[in-house]
Design a protein around this ligand. Structure first.
Ligand code: PLP
Length: 434
């Protein structure tokens, strides 16, 4: 499979090039240049198939000529010592739990695959440097996945404020390959610096610079694997339409679900579950998207005003607007409904959700009532409920303890440098680490 820019159908590139450049030179985002029918790879799988097995089978199919089945097995085994979990709740709903990774967030899956596949692609290749803006626990997820990977340095740009959860022993002065740098500024400024340094081509070529931020296709593509995994686990119970309900902020997860559909997974709809930050729902319904100021809610990972995958969504809709309008269903869930859905789910199934999954559940109930009675919705649980213990307490009265691996995420550490938000300062700080 080749990749092209959202801005052009010309000059498609290989997966390796898309991963190692991260952004095409024309300012667009990489998307698959063609549709691949992957049914022969996953339709025969049964509920016994493990997650690494599924990834090791589907990845070489997608990346023919770049990743052979042996390499793919090595990548899948070294990426995934955690698995998604699919629980069928009743005729109407299943829950796909994606918070079993090291930081308790679904993003661990895409990041773990990206790190492992990069190491594989960089065999017999010059070294690469991966520069990522780090917010919340994503920085830890990246540091964890890239730690000790051959031929790779990982620079993390933190905004002002405390840096938590990084193991100082993984940093470059201690013999590791992680370089945490603090920018005197906001997360947006960190992201802008990442884009600028990738686009500083002479510099980027010299150091082999790319990024592990969510826009990298090497992170997005493998997120389609857990949609296929859920389908493989649930298919023998399906009697009618199949839908997925995805808590959506930057729309990476939702786009990965759409890729799974393009690869041949029989799915009838994807629910874009949003909180009060739902202006993007207008675009999905075929109206004009007018970005709104961000509102703070009790499902903060969905507090996004302008989705970073906007251009990828546009490219899907440009190809077949009416098909897309029958495929993606937006639903907005406010704070109060989120709490009520969390409580309802707990009472009905005895399972505690985090508020992001509660948004997906409320949206699933609402949208699926318009489908046939035999339809089934897979609700995607993106975050560990214990990370949002206060909201869980408010909704259900239950107390949750953080598992030990997640409580380590709250330990503070120091950056290797604190710099002004400028490209020069960043390039100097990186040089001083060698
Ligand atoms: C990042 C995140 C989301 C949003 O995912 P997108 O791919 O940005 O739409 C949802 N839930 C949790 C817990 C997250 O961390």
């Amino acid at each position: 499979m080749q990749f092209r820019s959202t801005k052009s159908h010309e000059n498609p590139v290989s997966f390796k090039e898309a991963v190692l450049r991260c952004l095409p030179p024309d300012g667009g985002l990489y998307v698959p240049a063609s549709v691949l029918d992957m049914r022969q790879y996953f339709l025969y799988m049964d509920a016994e198939t493990s997650y690494p097995e599924l990834a090791a089978t589907v990845a070489p199919g997608l990346l023919q000529g770049e990743l052979n089945p042996f390499s793919a097995s090595r990548v899948a085994e070294s990426a995934f010592d955690f698995e998604p979990e699919l629980r069928r709740l009743d005729e109407r709903f299943s829950l796909l739990t994606l918070y079993n990774g090291p930081t308790g967030i679904f993003k661990d899956f895409g990041i773990a695959f990206l790190a492992a596949v990069m190491e594989e692609l960089l065999k017999n290749h010059r070294p690469a440097m991966i520069i990522s803006a780090a917010r919340g626990d994503t920085g830890v997820s990246i540091a964890n996945a890239f730690r000790n990977r051959q031929n790779i340095m990982s620079v993390l740009l933190y905004p002002s404020g405390a840096i938590q959860g990084l193991d100082p022993a993984a940093s470059v002065p201690k013999g590791g390959n992680i370089i945490p740098i603090q920018i005197e500024g906001s997360f947006d400024e960190c992201q802008r610096l990442v884009t600028e340094i990738i686009q500083d081509r002479p510099y980027a070529e010299r150091y082999g610079i790319t990024s592990a931020n969510a826009i990298n296709v090497g992170r997005l593509l493998p997120q389609s694997f857990y949609f296929l995994y859920a389908f493989v686990k649930i298919k023998k119970y399906l009697k009618g339409d199949l839908l997925f309900s995805v808590p959506s902020g930057n729309f990476g997860n939702l786009i990965a679900g759409l890729y799974a559909w393009k690869f041949g997974m029989p799915v009838n709809g994807v629910i874009a579950a949003m909180n009060a930050n739902n202006a993007f729902g207008d675009f999905i319904k075929g109206r004009k998207f007018i970005p709104q100021p961000v509102k703070v809610t009790n499902s903060p990972a969905l507090d996004v005003g302008y989705p970073s995958n906007y251009e990828r969504m546009v490219s899907f809709y440009d190809e077949a607007p009416s098909v897309m309008r029958n495929m993606v269903f937006p639903a907005a869930v406010d704070n109060d409904e989120t709490l009520k859905a969390l409580e309802r789910f707990w009472k009905r199934y005895g399972i505690i959700l985090d508020p992001h999954a509660a948004v997906a559940y409320a949206a699933a109930e609402r949208v699926s009532s318009a489908f046939d009675p035999g339809s089934h919705v897979v609700i995607i649980a993106t975050g560990h409920p214990a990370k949002k213990a206060a909201t869980v307490m408010q909704a259900t009265g239950q107390t949750l303890d953080l598992p030990q691996r997640l409580s380590m995420l709250r330990e503070k550490s120091d950056p290797l440098a604190v710099i002004k938000p400028s490209l020069d300062a960043l390039e100097t700080a990186i040089a001083s680490c060698f």
